[in-house]
Design a protein around this ligand. Sequence first.
Ligand SMILES: CC(C)(COP(=O)(O)OP(=O)(O)OC[C@H]1O[C@@H](n2cnc3c(N)ncnc32)[C@H](O)[C@@H]1OP(=O)(O)O)[C@@H](O)C(=O)NCCC(=O)NCCS
Length: 215
Amino acid sequence: MTSGVIIQEERPEDDAAIHRLNGEAFGQDVEADVVDRLRASGKVILSLVAKLNGRVVGHILFSPVTIESADGTVTVPGLAPMAVLSALHKQRIGSSLVVRALSLLKAAVHRGVVVLGHPAYYPRFGFVPASTFGIGSEYDAPDEAFMAIELFPGGLKGCSGLAKFQPEFAGVKHRSSTPYSLGDKNIVIQTELRRHTIHFIRQIITPCRNHVQSA
Ligand SMILES: CC(C)(COP(=O)(O)OP(=O)(O)OC[C@H]1O[C@@H](n2cnc3c(N)ncnc32)[C@H](O)[C@@H]1OP(=O)(O)O)[C@@H](O)C(=O)NCCC(=O)NCCS
């Protein structure tokens, strides 16, 4: 990681800089607004910043995600959003934020973490498809994009069910049906492609069905 970067919990004086950072990294204010709403409603489990020379250059936030299973509701931290200043990408600032956050959440005895994000990024930290634990997403995202990690062996055992992010993420849906399109443009594109593919296949199949039925 770039030398001189320190990671610490967010402080009230960081709020405006965190908003600006998310706006810059995502190229829109949607995620920054989600952060503000989660903070205002007291739903932040953990929010870390990376600072370089006192400037906020990275941010990661976790809020409660409820998993509704047949046996009841379990709550785990959901990673969203996460951002690093564009000019400092690929310098391990993001990785350092994830690693430190997982360590703190583990120390706080959380059973696991979920994330809807790029499947090429999060597995390096130990995330696997959430479906491995029988955890599903309410969003129309590819299976491999909704991931989970156990913070201790068996932490997510018996947690199978439908995972739901907080209503504060609702505004993100206008862009795509995944909150973790949250700027992850690849996921947006994948989701859109999938939707178009399904639509395309339906267009082909429907006339075929009609043809078969009417034959
Ligand atoms: C995602 C993000 C936080 C990563 O921060 P970072 O400090 O650049 O990450 P690191 O330096 O720790 O890791 C860089 C690695 O992640 C990969 N990576 C970064 N974003 C990625 C993405 N969206 N999909 C796949 N891989 C990604 C890089 O290619 C690089 O891979 P390498 O190690 O094989 O070279 C940063 O790219 C960012 O702010 N992106 C815009 C906002 C966003 O998409 N947030 C994530 C929402 S799920």
